[in-house]
Design a protein around this ligand. Structure first.
Ligand SMILES: [Zn+2]
Length: 104
């Protein structure tokens, strides 16, 4: 399998893009810090805010299921794909090229 340039993806894919794909709607905001229902674990309560995400830092954390990480890790957790498959899937959904690492 060819390598994926994870550093480039981390620099270019924003938390906002991934939240958009997950149809995340915050119930509360405080600057760049958004709170809402966790897209990763079952949560039926509409106004639940266990999920906390910082759009400026590009990090998320869920106080219930304790999942945390960057936008790529959020997508992997949401799709239950291994990281490698998740980034390829994410690139396709965002309509962008997968940044393969060229090996010689
Ligand atoms: Zn959760």
């Amino acid at each position: 399998m060819p390598g994926v340039d994870f550093n480039r993806l981390r620099a270019e894919i924003t938390m906002a893009q991934v939240l958009d794909l997950l149809a995340f709607e915050p119930v509360a905001r405080s600057g760049w810090q958004w709170y809402g229902r966790c897209p990763l674990h079952e949560a039926s309560a509409k106004r639940q805010r266990s999920f906390s995400v910082n759009l400026a830092l590009g990090r998320y954390y869920c106080h219930r299921c304790h999942s945390h990480g960057n936008p790529i890790e959020l997508w992997a957790a949401a799709t239950k794909l291994p990281l490698y498959q998740a980034v390829i899937d994410l690139c396709h959904r965002l309509g962008r090229q997968v940044p393969w690492i060229e090996r010689r």
